[in-house]
Design a protein around this ligand. Structure first.
Ligand code: NAD
Ligand code: ZN
Length: 254
C-alpha cells in the first residue's frame, strides 16, 4: 500500500459532501471475530451456510442454538479495533456519514460509545440483525440476549415468556428477507452519497453487495478497503489492500 493511494482517498473524502460506509466481516476480523469465508469460520465442521438458515433451524434448532451460543461467547470477549474506533471518530466529526453494516456483532455501536458519538449522528444501520438479540418465532417479540451464555443451556431450547413458542436469534438468515425500512434507508444513503467506502466485505451476499452500485449509479465513487480483490474491486476508483484496522486510522484520522 502506498501512502499516495491513501492520500488520494483522503482528498476524495475531504471533498465529499456525503459518505456512506458499507462494512462486512473483515471489519471485525482484527477484533478476533471470525469471518464466514475465512478458514476460521468453520464450527464443528459445519459451514455457516448450513447453519444460518431457516431450514437448519427447523430441522435441528438445538444445533443452531449451540452454534449461536458459541458465537455469542466468542464475540462477547471481543472489542472494537482501531478501524472501528477511527470510523466512529470520523462520524463524530462528519455526522452526515451513514454506516451500513452486514455485521451482527455490535462492535460499531460499542466503538460509538467509546468515541462519544452523540445523538446528532445517525445510528448504524444493521442489515442482518444483531447477534445479542432474540426474537420469538410465534409472536415476534424481540428481547435482549444474555451476552455470556450459560453452557448448561445447551441441552434446552429457549422459549418466549409471553407465548411459549421457540425463540430464535434476531439475525437475518440466508434465504430470508432484510428488514425493509433498514434496507430502504440504506439504499437512500447509498444513492445520495458522493463516496461509498466499502470495508472488509467479500461483496457476495445480496442485496448488501449492490449498495455500492447505487452510489456509482448516481454518479458517486467507490473506495474499497480489503485484504483481497472482490467483485467490486474493478468498479472502485481507489482500492486499498490491507487490514482495515491499520488502513482506516490512516484514511479517516484527523
Ligand atoms: P465474508 O466473510 O464473506 O468476507 C470477509 C471479507 O473481509 C473478505 O473479502 C476478506 O478478504 C476481507 N477481510 C478479512 N480480514 C480483513 C481485514 N482485517 N481487513 C480488511 N478486509 C478483511 O464477510 P461478509 O462479506 O460480511 O459476508 C458474510 C455474512 O456473514 C454477512 O452477511 C454477515 O452478516 C455475516 N457475518 C458477520 C460477522 C460479524 O458480525 N462480525 C462475522 C462473520 C459473518
Ligand atoms: Zn412469543
Amino acid at each position: 500500500m502506498t501512502t499516495q493511494e491513501v492520500q488520494a482517498a483522503r482528498r476524495m473524502l475531504d471533498a465529499a459532501r456525503r459518505v456512506v460506509v458499507v462494512t462486512g466481516a473483515g471489519m471485525s476480523a482484527e477484533s478476533g471475530v471470525p469471518t464466514f469465508r475465512g478458514e476460521d469460520g468453520l464450527w464443528r465442521n459445519h459451514r455457516p451456510e448450513e447453519l444460518a438458515t431457516p431450514g437448519a433451524f427447523q430441522h435441528d434448532p438445538k444445533l443452531v442454538w449451540q452454534w449461536y451460543r458459541w458465537r455469542r461467547g466468542l464475540v462477547a470477549a471481543c472489542e472494537p479495533n482501531a478501524g472501528h474506533r477511527a470510523l466512529s471518530a470520523f462520524r463524530a466529526r462528519h455526522p452526515e456519514t451513514t454506516v451500513v453494516t452486514q455485521n451482527v456483532d455490535g462492535l460499531h455501536q460499542e466503538a460509538d460509545r467509546l468515541e462519544g458519538v452523540g445523538p446528532a449522528v445517525s445510528p448504524v444501520l444493521e442489515l442482518h440483525g444483531r447477534l445479542f438479540g432474540d426474537r420469538c418465532q410465534g409472536c415476534h417479540r424481540r428481547t435482549e440476549a444474555n451476552r455470556t451464555p450459560d453452557p448448561d443451556l445447551d441441552a434446552t431450547l429457549p422459549r418466549c415468556d409471553d407465548c411459549g413458542d421457540l425463540l430464535r436469534p434476531d439475525v437475518v438468515w440466508f434465504g430470508e428477507g432484510l428488514p425493509r425500512s433498514v434496507l430502504e434507508t440504506a439504499v437512500d444513503a447509498a444513492r445520495t452519497a458522493d463516496i461509498c467506502l466499502v470495508v472488509g466485505t467479500s461483496a457476495r451476499v445480496q442485496p448488501a453487495a449492490s449498495l455500492p452500485l447505487a452510489t456509482t449509479g448516481a454518479g458517486g465513487t467507490i473506495i474499497e478497503v480489503n485484504l483481497s480483490p472482490t467483485p467490486l474491486s474493478r468498479r472502485a476508483r481507489v482500492t486499498l489492500r490491507g487490514p482495515s484496522g491499520e488502513l482506516l486510522p490512516e484514511l479517516l484520522g484527523p
